[in-house]
Design a protein around this ligand. Sequence first.
Ligand SMILES: Nc1ncnc2c1ncn2[C@@H]1O[C@H](COP(=O)(O)OP(=O)(O)OP(=O)(O)O)[C@@H](O)[C@H]1O
Length: 584
Amino acid sequence: MVLPGHHVTLLNNIGLAALVALGLVLLTGIGGITSFGQAAFVGLGAYTTAWLGTEQHLPAALAWAAGSPAAALACGLALTLVVASVLGLVTLRLSGHYLPLGTIAWGLALYALFGTFESLGGHTGLTNLPPLTMGSWVFERAEQLYLVIWGTVLLALLLSRNLLDSRSGRALRALHGGQAMAASMGVDVFRTKLTAFLLSAALACLSGWLYAYTQRFVSPAPFSLNAGIDYLFMVLIGGAGHLAGALLGAGLFTYAKDLLQDLLPRLLGEVGNFESVVFGLLIVGLMHRAPGGVAGWLTTTWRRRFGASTPRHAAIDPAAAASLPRRPLPARGTPVLEVQGLTRRFGGLVANRDLALTLHAGEILAVIGPNGAGKSTLFNQLSGCDTPTQGTIRFLGRSVAGWGPRRIAEAGLCRTFQHVKLLPTMSVLDNVAIGAHQRGRSGLLRSALRLDRADEARLLAEAQRQLERVGLGAFAQAEAGSLSLGQQRLVEIARALCADPSVLLLDEPAAGLRHLEKQALAALLRRLRDEGTAVLLVEHDMDFVMNLVDRVMVMVFGEKIAEGLPAEVQRHPDVLAAYLGTGA
Ligand SMILES: Nc1ncnc2c1ncn2[C@@H]1O[C@H](COP(=O)(O)OP(=O)(O)OP(=O)(O)O)[C@@H](O)[C@H]1O
């Protein structure tokens, strides 16, 4: 009603790009999986739509879909999800830079396919697509399509926002904290990665469906690897960690490209892709000045000027929501963790040699030893983050050696990490709620449609309860990264407690804590012991250990050299010689 036609077309292009960028924010910014191949999924949506809309001799099995935009969308989504599932199953198992390289490979392959098939019009493409219709409505002109495109963008944004503010969203964010952490909190890492991948592919396909009706013809060029890189640029410019970054990035990139394509040839007096050069320089500059993109920069600037933003959750009253069911703890004194002959070799280095230990319900056992003694290696094997070379680990009577961290967490063994693994920009409450992942039920769809509120209230109430237990209830709404290191360690303990463990593995829980905080932590661990939880901890603070624990195991060079009551161990000649560096 108010803008000239060219601007409406531009806004439509921005909306189409924003849908793809939104998928990339979920996949790359939130989930940490870089994909260069999203344009290929846009192509799948666009080509399916164009083919079903123009092909005169459709196979009998697809006759029902001829000329129907809804059927074209359903077929496009089905095809995209099948292709993305296959690609995801192959590429998402790759790690490091192999994963983005994998996405380049299939991005190139799909692009080549579009130009190869004769029935898809080769490099000329498919033309004369009928307009988009919905019942008796026809969306033909840019102003009409504008409503459909931006209605879809806003709906996708709303559903994505709901999703991130849920159990499934926390699982997705947890991927950024490291896969070992996510899996140790009970998150199915591969499934979560695949879900994010499928979601982003579906959003790209949706954009392709709308693109086909906007252009009324399709050819391979807009779905090339270059386009895939452009989408990534948009997300980097807008801010990969923010949903609004998709809108900002798509808007700034598309508008600037339009402007520069017009302006630069006139300024330079020559025709060429000069805008690509300018974009390259702009991106490098932006990455230096504002690595969080425009949305990140705006958030930081806002905070600097006006203080912290409004908390994402209203203050949570743990008593207001029903408690989550708790697992029955084994009777005090029952052996819960039994380790025999545990050996872990890294090439020629034996980090753990023939270790044996038994941990009982309602007991605190400390593993101490100088740096490099093999304590973390032991923890990693017990929690499923690493696999023993030899030996047995029995948890509650079942052999768990070789189980993954998720399965072990599900069985009731939860851990914290020597190097704190929290999501610094996420609230303390949300970080802690990741620990309760397996105690929630709501999946993706329920979360996106906001049908998960009762489940979510129970999870957040549990997170608040555990935070209060470690003395950090007042910090629930703070960003985890704003807390001191000692407090962050306590947040990790609260997160582990959220999983309702029967065995708690704490890797250096007192490191960085002040005296009063250590006393409070010791009191908490005594309470847990009295309730029947078994606690195994690695700690260097000898005062803390000796005044708290029931038994101590001492390791040196991967081997156990002593085990017993704290007073006995302190007098043990081998410990004095090897660990404390003094002779007996
Ligand atoms: N993934 C790995 N690959 C090769 N060597 C490893 C690996 N992990 C640990 N090690 C080696 O195993 C030995 C034991 O390391 P570990 O981290 O378990 O010791 P630690 O007792 O926890 O030490 P600290 O108190 O410093 O954390 C060290 O020599 C270490 O370099």
